[in-house]
Design a protein around this ligand. Structure first.
Ligand SMILES: [Zn+2]
Length: 484
């Protein structure tokens, strides 16, 4: 089955084929944060979804070149720096640094490029693009000295959003408070400087000012990836007007189809409600870390809901993520031990998706299905179902002592491939592996329990605990977990 995505533009599931004639290189553009504050978990839902997209494409053998822009000039950043009385660059740097730290916490692979709108080369490009639009009379300068995009020149405007945009089309006269624009829907390409902007301004052929948000993305995307992009992502709230405007500006400048596949992820709610500061349910990543949740747990909660469904983020859901990760950790520990321990697994290669015949028959389908589910518009919940079946099935065979060292090693190789997409491995995993002496005590402890020698099993339990490990009885036998 080919990889398929739901394209917002056509509203259809489409087979994915990149523009690259060799079918290998994929150009991916993802709208990044406006760096006026710490990003919140709704923002991160989109970035985690894009990370899953990139990693799955890479597991399928594509080479992904991803761009994520940083919007470091707009009304909010200007207001922020003016309030603090610092320069814009100084104000935004703090939030850029925090953003990169947050990406690391959530294990989001860094993009190939993180262009910032205020970098001189991009400002130059924005001015070039606007000049071209002026030459073609697609842009115009209004009485307020700002430059606008003339919607009447781009009949395709509105096709991505599938909205009835008649009211934005020419013919509707502009309301009196918008007197400067020819048409109410015309959007700003260049905002003329006014005193609220303080020292934030750039020179242009049309006087001092700053770029509009939409032209920033068009300029950075085409500067780094060229006029045609394979996949463009964002949240559903970016579709209109931001992505519509990106299409209009880019296509009018380059004459080429800007984007082949548009992928948008749905909203995030918290405990069933819209996230907002006034409702008291507004969380940045940092807020959740302070409450004792880990980046890995938050990643799990954000990534395991299909991206086109609204995600209801709850603390129960986080607790569920914690226990699911615990099950995965135990399983990985088990296949590591059965493979011969840390040294034995450290040299094992990841199992290519096309090499699955090396897996024991009963796991092959589950492994293949994991990736097939992701091929189907990133159906992660389906894929996780297959992965947990793989864990359950192999645990059952461990329990029956039917699983030999070679099988364990090929399962470990399969885990490396699945793990390259999910990135759920505990970072301190190997430090947490059960030392020889603890494992020996656990065997004796189990033996004492079998013979109902409770005094002895209690004594052994406290010895294990003294070595920093907890003992727990489960249906599957005695489990050891590091005390933390
Ligand atoms: Zn954008």
């Amino acid at each position: 089955m080919p990889t398929r995505f739901f394209n917002t533009y056509t509203r259809e599931l489409e087979d994915f084929r990149p523009l690259d004639p060799a079918g290998k290189r994929v150009k991916l553009y993802t709208c990044g944060p406006t760096v006026y504050n710490f990003a919140h978990i709704g923002n991160f839902r989109a970035y985690v979804f894009e990370d899953l997209l990139q990693r799955h494409l890479e597991a399928r053998g594509f080479e992904v070149e991803r761009v994520m822009n940083l919007t470091d000039v707009d009304d909010k950043t200007i207001r922020g720096c003016r309030q603090l009385g610092v320069r814009l660059a100084e104000f935004t740097q703090k939030f850029k640094d925090a953003f990169f730290e947050d990406l690391k916490t959530l294990r989001i692979k860094p993009a190939a490029h993180f262009p910032a709108a205020t970098e001189p080369r991009y400002i130059t490009r924005m001015i070039e693009m606007i000049s071209l639009l002026m030459e073609k009379e697609i842009a115009y300068q209004a009485e307020d000295k700002s430059l606008y995009f003339r919607l009447s020149k781009f009949p395709d405007y509105g096709k991505l959003a599938h909205l009835n945009l008649d009211e934005l089309r020419p013919g509707t006269r502009v309301s009196s408070d918008e007197y400067e624009k020819e048409n109410i829907g015309d959007f700003a390409l260049w905002k003329a400087w006014d005193e609220n902007d303080g020292d934030v301004k750039w020179d242009s052929p049309w006087g001092p000012g700053r770029p509009g948000w939409h032209i920033e993305c068009s300029a950075m995307a085409t500067a780094l990836l060229g006029p045609e992009i394979d996949i463009h992502c964002g949240g559903v709230d970016n579709i209109f007007p931001h992505h519509e405007a990106e299409i209009a500006q880019s296509e009018c400048c380059t004459g080429k189809k800007f984007v082949r596949y548009w992928l948008h992820c749905a909203h995030l709610m918290v405990e069933g409600q819209k996230m907002s500061k006034s409702a008291g349910n507004f969380y940045t990543l940092r807020d959740l870390l302070e409450k004792g949740w880990t980046g890995r747990e938050i990643r799990y909660a954000l990534i395991t809901v299909n991206y086109r469904l609204p995600l209801n983020f709850t603390f129960d859901g986080l607790a569920g993520a914690r226990s699911a990760l615990g099950r995965i950790d135990e399983w990985v520990a088990r296949i590591t031990r059965a493979s011969g321990g840390r040294n034995a697994v450290s040299s094992l290669p990841a199992l290519g998706i096309d090499q699955m015949s090396e897996l024991p028959l009963e796991y092959r389908t589950l492994f293949a299905n994991f990736f097939d589910c992701l091929d189907n518009d990133l159906n992660i919940s389906g894929a996780m179902g297959q992965f947990f079946d793989l864990i359950r099935e192999s645990n059952r065979r461990f329990d029956q002592e039917e699983l030999g060292v070679n099988d364990a090693r090929s399962l470990y190789s399969a885990w490396l491939t699945i793990g390259s997409v999910l990135d759920f491995q505990r970072s301190d995993f190997f430090e947490l592996q059960i030392p020889e002496d603890v494992s020996k005590l656990a065997d004796d402890y189990q033996a004492a329990r079998r013979t109902k020698n409770w005094a002895e099993s209690d004594r052994l339990r406290s010895m294990i605990e003294a070595k920093g490990w907890g003992v727990r009885e489960t249906k599957e036998g005695t489990k050891l977990t590091p005390k933390s």
